[in-house]
Structure formats: structure tokens, C-alpha cells
Ligand binder design. Structure first.
Ligand code: GMT
Length: 378
């Protein structure tokens, strides 16, 4: 099949999922076109079947804002003319909206567009915060052949927020269980951060306020107070990082908290952890938690969004959001059963292996393509 995948390039789960999906489809022999405003950070330029198209919005002195939606719509139309059969957009904003515009323009030529939109959570959060966006996003979703969501929780929330005629299909995120594996453990790397007797907590995120990383510093302090020799390794970068670094310095925690910034080989850092910790206000799925599970690292996470669904397969313990004592208790319970929970974490992650999830998308593309073909010329 000739497939286009459209995503935001920034460091975040949706960009990872879209890029890894594009790579996996290209490996299966599909002709895949990846469209984004710049090169997604997981993009590797070595697959002959994978083509990157940068979408560059028009820069004109009269315009205060560049019209990205229009440029993307134009690019989609161009690719339809070049024979691309299915478009899979990650995020309605602005990608499904551009695809809707392209659909309308193509209808004038008697052509139709196969469109699949995957929701990762932010469209729903933004529409709740900014209700003027709701009807625009709704329109683009109702014009998608299929809408998918990365968890049941997000599917139901999105259906309600956008008053959708159908509940989105749930296709969870996936993981390369060979790259994210317990075998990535490296004693030498771990020794930089903790001794064998210490407990190494690892966190990885883009340090947006929604990730609430300051809570993790409080959690570390609580653990030290009750005599748990814990240390915290923080991976990633974003607006909350300098604030957390300042708190670390002010509270004299610099010996036990280490900020490593953004890393490309995240698996190596996850694999040396004893427990992966999250404090997010919301996670539609929690891809970083899945990456940790796949490395055999148990997860402690708040009961929000799609995290309960992910952790019900084993290898993690939930706590109620904001409940510091609940998070401490979850860590203690994991430490009592660490070897068993490590096994359960890995077993759970194997349920999300790339191949089975990519097949679900492939089947959906085929259904979308056939349903548009059966319409014939408009
Ligand atoms: O979490 C972020 O800051 C990035 C965001 C994104 O859009 O890339 O992640 C969202 O999509 C991921 C992939 O489906 C999910 O694993 C994350 O849970 C989700 N983030 C939120 O819902 C806050």
C-alpha cells in the first residue's frame, strides 16, 4: 500500500509512535511517506521505502502567522495525485483539519481521500480547555473513515468531548521489545548513579507541567526519611526541568538526584532503574511507562487516563493522584517483590510488541482504502 503518516516532530509519545509505525510499515514493504514540519527525532534515514516530506508553511511579510494547515492540505492533495492511497494523521489538530480541507478540494475533482485519525489525548484536553476548538475538531473526526484512540479511557473521553457518532477504535501504543529489553542493563552505567545497595528510581518525560516532576522530588525525600536509600535519575528536558534543578539545589538533594537531559538511547537509561516513576496529571496511555516495563522495570504511576489499563497487565502499582503516602506505599510494595514484578513487567510489555499492533493498523488501512474505493468517483 502507499501510505502517508502525518505527525508532530517534537519529542513526545505521538511522534515516537507515528515514526516507529512508519518505519515498521516500510520494513513490511509498504511505500511510506512521513510528513511533518521537521524531521521527527526517531526518524532514521536508511529504509528505501520510507520517504520524508517536510511541510514548510508559506512565509509572507503580511502574515503574522504562517498558514501551516493550508500548506499541509496542499501537500496531501499533491500526494493523492501521486498515488498515495491512505492518510493516517496523528492528532486532529491541525492534521485531521488539513486532511478535511484536502478532502473537500479533492471532491471537486471527483476524488476521495482515505483518512484515519489517531487521538493521543491532547486534542481532547485542548478542546476541554478551549471550547471554541470543539466543533472544528469534531468536523475533522466525523470526516475520518476511522478514528482510533490509544486507550479505552481516551476513546470514551473523546467520544463525549466531541459528541462523536461512534466510539473511536482502540489501538494501543506498541514497543520494540528487542530494543527495550532487560538485556540493555549495563552495570557500569548504573554505577554512575547508584551503588548496588541503593534503589534507583528513574523518570523520563518532556518535563511539561502536566508531568508534575516536582512531586517526584517530594517522593524521594519521603523515601529517604523512612530510611530507603533511594536515588532519582531524571531523563528528558522541558520547562519544569530548571525548576526541579533549582529545588534540588536548594534542598541539598544534588547528591541523590541526577538530571541527564534528553537522550536518544533512552532504553539504556531505563534498563538500569529499579523502579520507573510517574506523577502525571494525565496520560492518555503512558508510552514511557511501557518502555520501562519492556526493560523489565516495574512502574509506580498515578491512577489517571490510560495508565490503569496499561498496568492491569502486571508489573506496576497505581497510587491516587497527589497521594504522596500512597506513592511511598506503592514503592515499598514493589521493593518487597522486585524480582517477581520485574518478570511481570516484561511479560506485560510483550503484549504490546510492535508486530501485532502494526498489523491492527494495516488491517484498518485496508478497510479504509476499500471503503473509499467502493464509493467510486464522486
Ligand atoms: O505526553 C506528552 O507530553 C506528549 C504527548 C504527545 O502527544 O506526544 O503524549 C501523548 O501521546 C503518547 C502516545 O500516544 C501517550 O503515551 C501519552 O500518554 C500522551 N500524553 C498525554 O496524554 C499527556
Amino acid at each position: 500500500m502507499r501510505i502517508a503518516i502525518i505527525c508532530h516532530p517534537v519529542m513526545g509519545g505521538s511522534g515516537v509512535v507515528a515514526t516507529e509505525l512508519a518505519k515498521a510499515l516500510a520494513c513490511r514493504g509498504h511505500d511510506v511517506h512521513l510528513l511533518s514540519s521537521s524531521l521527527p527525532f526517531r526518524y532514521t534515514d536508511c529504509l528505501p521505502q520510507l520517504h520524508f516530506h517536510q511541510v514548510v508553511p508559506l512565509d509572507y511579510p503580511l502574515f503574522q502567522y504562517r498558514p501551516y494547515e493550508s500548506s499541509l492540505a496542499g501537500k496531501i492533495i499533491e500526494l493523492v495525485h501521486r498515488g498515495v492511497e491512505v492518510f493516517h494523521v496523528h492528532y486532529a489538530l491541525p492534521h485531521a483539519i488539513s486532511a478535511y480541507l484536502a478532502q473537500q478540494a479533492l471532491a471537486q475533482e471527483g476524488k476521495s481521500l482515505s483518512l484515519i485519525t489517531t487521538l493521543h489525548g491532547t486534542d481532547t484536553l485542548l478542546a476541554e480547555q478551549e471550547p471554541i476548538l470543539q466543533p472544528i475538531i469534531r468536523l475533522s473526526l466525523e470526516h475520518s473513515q476511522f478514528v482510533t484512540a490509544v486507550s479505552h479511557s481516551l476513546a470514551h473521553q473523546s467520544q463525549q468531548t466531541f459528541n462523536l457518532s461512534q466510539t473511536p477504535i482502540v489501538i494501543p501504543n506498541f514497543i520494540d521489545t528487542t530494543e527495550f529489553s532487560p538485556s540493555r542493563y549495563c552495570a557500569k552505567l548504573r554505577s554512575h548513579y547508584a551503588t548496588e545497595d541503593e534503589i534507583l528510581l528513574v523518570h523520563a518525560s518532556n518535563f511539561r507541567p502536566i508531568k508534575r516532576p516536582q512531586f517526584l522530588l517530594k517522593l524521594l525525600e519521603e523515601l529517604r526519611e523512612i530510611g530507603i536509600p533511594a536515588k532519582l535519575l531524571m531523563i528528558g528536558d522541558g520547562p519544569e526541568r530548571p525548576i526541579c534543578e533549582k529545588i534540588t539545589r536548594e534542598k541539598g538533594l544534588s547528591e541523590i538526584v541526577c538530571f541527564e537531559g534528553a537522550r536518544t538511547d533512552i532504553a539504556a537509561f531505563l534498563a538500569i532503574g529499579d523502579i520507573f516513576v510517574l506523577a502525571s496529571k494525565y496520560e492518555s496511555f503512558g508510552l514511557a511507562a511501557l518502555e520501562a516495563l519492556s526493560c523489565g522495570v516495574p512502574v509506580v504511576a498515578p491512577r489517571v487516563g490510560g495508565l490503569p489499563e496499561l498496568l492491569e497487565g502486571g508489573g506496576g502499582i497505581l497510587y491516587e493522584p497527589h497521594d504522596l503516602q500512597g506513592a511511598v506505599y506503592a514503592i515499598l510494595r514493589i521493593l518487597e517483590n522486585l524480582p517477581l514484578l520485574r518478570e511481570k513487567a516484561r511479560a506485560n510489555a510483550l503484549l504490546y510488541a510492535t508486530q501485532s499492533v502494526v498489523t491492527q493498523y494495516e488491517n484498518l488501512y485496508e478497510r479504509a482504502r476499500v471503503s473509499v474505493e467502493s464509493l467510486g468517483p464522486l
